[in-house]
Design a protein around this ligand. Structure first.
Ligand SMILES: Nc1nc2c(ncn2[C@@H]2O[C@H](COP(=O)(O)OP(=O)(O)O)[C@@H](O)[C@H]2O)c(=O)[nH]1
Ligand SMILES: [Mg+2]
Length: 379
């Protein structure tokens, strides 16, 4: 039944040499270290050119009055997704209810990154029900699949409430290129639109471009950005930012971090240090450790989360790049494996393309329109 699995290329996992931990003082967790290094090695080394330290604070002006463009629906955003294409084609090709259909369904789910265990579980459950003649036709089977997929995701549909602490500190982590800085920009826009006082901390000091990128988001949204330029100590930038946020009565502080190992110590060291210095000012900070995952990374996403959880206690996930041709199934694999709240999903590159995760809207966006049914209210 799983014969196809062996044929599936593991595009992202194969053939990458493991990166070496550069610093002797890096405290690497035993065992799984290589996996993290592999994940990190996938990311090309950034070109950093601009040393120098400066401090930049964008003016905390009035909220921008630009009208929000009409938001596209989840289904429009998720259109072209391998998941929906696969299922649409499958039921077109094979409308008859039989074991072959279920075998192919399993193939489709695994190909869409749902993960072997979750796919097998889902399909075997449907198979039992089919043999009990619970389904009159393929449509009924699809309805049951929809229900099962929603049930998998419901427990992780837990929105992030940035209340109860002032400032509420969100530490954003994840590998390079996952979409951290972009997500922070989108979050700044969202929370500012909710009339919260937001501040950003440019904690990815490894790359000059990363600091500039965050400043651009800050300027665009009139949100202050605390930075000390490239090569500054990330923990000191974030500590500084928390002090500034406290003195200015900021509601939410969002801190960016570097996504890879660098020469002055390991990623683990750096994240651990950031968490420690924050606790000097607020014993409960960070109040959310938000891990950003590129939704096109496939099953590698699962090992990334495992690694980051060991380094720093991840409390919520954001899955980006689910628009376009992403497979989307990794959301199910993550939900099943970790049960960590999925706070947001990225459905595009612009400021309003970050949605609070909704299990039903997501599943209906993935399923072919004729089968999933566009429930009203999924905007
Ligand atoms: N299509 C799409 N692209 C995204 C999304 N989120 C981020 N990106 C893009 O992914 C690339 C890397 O993002 P960036 O925020 O710099 O990643 P970082 O290294 O983790 O900070 C950029 O080109 C972003 O525009 C998303 O939800 N959809
Ligand atoms: Mg970045």
């Amino acid at each position: 039944m799983l014969k196809f699995w062996k044929k599936k290329p593991t595009e992202k996992d194969a053939g990458q040499p493991a990166a070496k931990a550069p610093a002797a003082d890096a405290v690497a967790p035993e065992g799984d270290e290589a996996t993290l290094h592999e994940a990190l090695a996938e990311i090309p080394a950034p070109a950093d050119t601009r040393p120098g330290h400066e401090r930049f604070v964008a003016p905390a002006g009035e909220p921008a009055a630009a009208p929000a463009p009409a938001r596209r629906s989840w289904r429009e955003r998720l259109a072209g997704n391998a998941f929906s294409r696969g299922l649409g084609a499958l039921f077109m090709r094979h409308p008859k209810l039989d074991d072959d259909l279920l075998d192919e369904l399993e193939t489709t789910l695994i190909t869409a990154d749902v993960g072997i265990e979750a796919s097998t579980e889902l399909v075997e459950n449907l198979r039992r029900r089919m043999h009990r003649r619970e389904f009159a036709d393929a449509q009924a089977l699809l309805a049951a699949l929809r229900q099962a997929l929603v049930a998998l995701l419901k427990p992780v549909e837990q929105p992030l409430e940035v209340r109860g602490k002032q400032p509420f500190v969100v530490l954003v982590v994840g590998i390079n290129g996952a979409g951290k800085t972009t997500t922070i920009g989108k979050l700044a826009r969202r929370w500012r639109d909710e009339r919260r006082a937001v501040m950003l901390a440019a904690g990815d000091t490894f790359r000059a471009a990363a600091v500039e990128q965050l400043k651009t988001w800050g300027e665009r949204n009139q949100v202050p950005v605390i930075s000390q330029g490239q090569d500054a100590d990330a923990a000191s930038v974030i500590f500084d930012a928390l002090q500034a946020a406290r003195s200015r009565g900021t509601d939410v502080l969002v801190a960016d971090t570097a996504g890879r190992l660098h020469t002055q110590g390991g990623l683990m060291d750096e994240l651990g240090k950031i968490a420690r210095v924050l606790k000097k000012l607020d014993a409960d900070a960070p109040h959310e450790v938000l891990m950003v995952i590129d939704g096109t990374t496939g099953q590698n996403a699962v090992s990334q989360v495992r690694q980051f959880r060991q380094i720093v206690g991840v409390t919520g996930l954001v899955v980006t790049k689910l628009d376009g041709t992403a497979k989307g199934g990794v959301v199910f694999a993550l939900a099943r494996e970790f049960g960590l709240p999925i706070r947001f999903v990225g459905l595009g590159e612009s400021a309003t393309d970050l949605r609070v995760f909704e299990a039903e809207a997501f599943v209906d966006g993935l399923l072919p329109a004729s089968l999933g049914g566009e429930a009203p209210g999924h905007d």
